[in-house]
Design a protein around this ligand. Structure first.
Ligand code: COA
Ligand code: AMP
Length: 633
């Protein structure tokens, strides 16, 4: 007999509409759908057309109406400020309704965009939910991005309002967000009518009269707003993510399919029950934060933990265990890099022994490759299942996982396990032909994508087609390469584009190259992601200087590091650049970035058949050796 997992997978494949219609019954709709899936305009598919709903209603009001108003919805745990604060579902609903009223009072209406540039405080989640409540489309920008990146997003989303924190807190420093916001608005062509500023005691930001409004004062005096019904196919949010150039892509998420998929995933992928505590240790600026700090736990009726701190140093490598014990966390979701950081500080997990993890059932890892060493370490010490799972900003929820609520399948280290019901994942070669089990190829998903995945890019149907759909007609191209083994387990091996993963953060090396190329002394450049014990990968820049440049190389590389920090932000973690005489290229002029990365990582590589001048590879290796990269002589 087929396994339970196989049965559910097959049911979703045989009748996707029936499968997702059943999942949608768990949620509240003000108007039912005309049909479950509109497939009349491929490659653009729409889930639940004709339906109306409200995501905030489903996350908060629905639970209050069902008698769960006193259940804790959100726990704010902030070791960096020494604060722990809880909100019941009713209290959170009331705060969100007042904030939504404040937005309306300043002209924000259904379909308007609102950018959120905030630190990890409950007000960030409230801002997202308040937008959802009135049908405004939020776009959260991660605090570690520089003004120029924020400005790009302002010009693309054209927000009527920006909601910002006065500052964020990084260990040992206050990051003043408001001046960064002011600079971004200065750079951007589009100007928002208002900025709603959440003043934190660590930094009182100066306000621009007429434009800037005080978050607390405006919320206090506002009348609570009701939920505004929106179409299931209206956007809930836009989330910008790195693409293959410096220009970020505005991933759109629709209201209806999103809440259905997330609600389903909480039970079936994460295996938790309403009322349990779910903690995603990420940031609301990333997709993990959108889906699994804010929307999924609240929609499903879990208590969510919003953590303003780090895995180490706030105050020590026992921070995660302390939070798990104190709040009775049932499931933790984080990036492997966090566990590498803990393992580095406390290799024997001595601090873990001080805490009681009775309520803790499962650790979920995603965002980057889960290296088997780290997975073993977590398994050995936690003595609980450690589940690697694979997904992307674009899909919004897991594509491949061990679905803990369906059946805990045997784990194969290095694999995020099997395809989640609802997705049809294939591995194909460059000609679009399926490859044999075990052979590496392009990982693609057959269209239509299930509910919750991106329907398009913001104002850019063409970009959506070009980025994801045109290379392999009929499929969504994930940009990842890997293989499926004979047991149906997927292994993710690498990206097929220039995206790198730094501490679980997705970054475009193309974007960094654009910054380096703008330096007056740089003739040519390349950025590759090299292996890093803590962050998985870090960017490394190679630059060729213009003829006649005589300034010291160290001074130029220092300037380049500073430039990337200023233009992209500290999150890029761009700390090293090396001057080389030439870059290795193919005869047609394509820079051999993959080969350079292998040289830097001291891996074996095959001499590219089309290389222009093989001697350059030796020069690259020599230039890297003093930095500790490449095979040492
Ligand atoms: N606002 C402003 N700056 C920020 C920021 C924010 N919200 N978040 C990070 N930064 C800064 C950091 O201060 C750091 O600056 P620095 O170069 O001056 O030190 C830089 O951006 C890089 O940050 P980060 O990637 O967090 O590296 P780190 O060295 O500070 O910490 C880890 C490393 C592993 C502890 C950290 O990345 C981590 O906790 N990761 C696990 C969880 C996670 O974030 N997952 C995301 C996807 S699920
Ligand atoms: P993001 O959109 O920031 O979530 O990044 C998505 C990308 O991160 C994927 O396309 C993969 O390249 C990588 N990624 C995410 N999860 C995993 C995983 N479990 N294993 C390997 N790579 C992963």
């Amino acid at each position: 007999m087929a396994s339970r997992y196989q049965q559910v997978y097959d049911a979703a494949k045989a009748d996707p509409e029936g499968f997702w219609a059943a999942a949608a019954e768990d949620l509240h709709w003000t108007k039912r759908w005309d049909r479950v899936l509109d497939a009349s305009n491929p490659p653009f598919y729409r889930w639940f057309p004709g339906a109306e709903t409200n995501t905030c209603y489903n996350a908060l009001d629905r639970h209050v109406a069902a008698g769960h108003g006193d259940r804790t919805a959100l726990i704010y745990d902030s070791p960096v400020t020494g604060t722990v604060r809880s909100f019941t579902t009713r209290a959170l609903r009331d705060r969100v309704a007042k904030l939504a009223g404040a937005l309306q009072a300043h002209g924000v209406k259904k379909g308007d965009r609102v950018i959120i540039y905030m630190a990890m405080t409950p007000e960030a989640a409230m801002a997202m939910l308040a937008c959802a409540r009135i049908g405004a489309i939020h776009s959260v920008v991660f605090g570690g991005f520089a003004p120029r990146e924020l400005a790009t997003r302002i010009d693309d989303a054209k927000p009527v309002m920006i909601i910002a924190s006065s500052c964020g807190l990084e260990p040992g420093r206050v990051v003043e967000y408001k001046p960064l916001l002011d600079q971004a608005i200065e750079i951007a062509a589009h100007k928002p009518a208002h900025c709603l500023v959440f003043q934190r005691p660590m930094y009182q930001a100066p306000m621009q009269p007429g434009r800037d409004l005080d978050f607390d004062a405006e919320t206090e005096k506002a009348a609570p707003a009701d939920c505004v019904p929106v179409a299931a196919t209206d956007p809930l949010y836009i989330l910008y993510t790195s693409g293959t150039t410096g220009v970020p892509k505005g991933v759109v998420r629709h209201n209806g399919g999103h809440m259905v998929a997330l609600n389903w995933s909480m039970k079936n992928v994460y295996g938790v029950e309403p009322g349990e505590v779910f903690w995603a240790a990420s940031d609301v600026g990333w997709v993990v934060g959108h889906s699994y700090i804010v929307y999924a736990p609240l929609i499903y009726g879990c208590t969510t933990v919003l953590y303003e701190g780090k895995p180490v140093g706030t105050p020590d490598a026992g921070a995660y265990w302390r939070v798990i014990q104190q709040h009775k966390v049932a499931a933790l979701f984080t990036a492997p890099t966090a566990f590498r950081a803990i393992k580095k500080e406390d290799p024997k997990a001595a601090l873990l022994k001080q805490y009681d993890l009775t309520h803790f059932r499962t650790l979920f890892l995603a965002g980057e490759r889960a290296d088997p060493d780290t997975v073993h370490w977590a398994e050995d010490n936690l003595k609980k299942p450690v589940i690697d799972h694979w997904w992307q900003t674009e899909t919004g929820w897991p594509i491949v996982s061990n679905c803990m609520g369906i059946e805990h399948l045997p784990v194969k280290h290095g694999s995020p396990t099997r395809v989640v019901p609802g997705y049809d994942v294939q591995v194909i070669d460059d000609e679009g032909q399926p490859v044999k089990a075990g052979d590496i190829g392009n990982i693609v998903i057959r269209l239509p994508l299930p509910p919750g995945c991106l329907p398009t890019l913001w104002n850019n149907d063409d970009g959506f087609r070009k980025s994801y759909l045109s290379r392999f007609p009929g499929y969504y191209n994930t940009g990842d390469a890997g293989f499926i083994d004979e047991d149906g387990y997927l292994f993710i091996m690498s990206r097929t584009d220039d995206i790198i993963n730094v501490a679980g953060h997705r970054l475009s090396t193309g974007g960094m190259e654009e910054v380096l190329a703008a330096h007056p002394d740089v003739a040519e450049c390349a950025v590759v992601g090299v292996a890093d014990q803590l962050k998985g990968q870090v960017p490394l820049g190679f630059v060729v200087l213009k003829a006649g440049v005589t300034r010291p190389e160290e001074q130029i590389t220092r300037e380049l590091v500073q430039l990337v920090r200023e233009k992209i932000g500290p999150v890029a973690a761009f700390k090293q650049a090396v001057v080389v005489k030439r870059l290795p290229k193919t005869r047609s002029g394509k820079i051999l970035r993959g080969t350079m990365q292998k040289i830097a990582d001291a891996q074996d590589y095959r001499m590219p058949a089309t290389i222009d001048d093989p001697a350059i590879l030796g020069e690259i290796s020599e230039a890297l050796q003093p930095l500790g990269y490449a095979r040492q002589p």
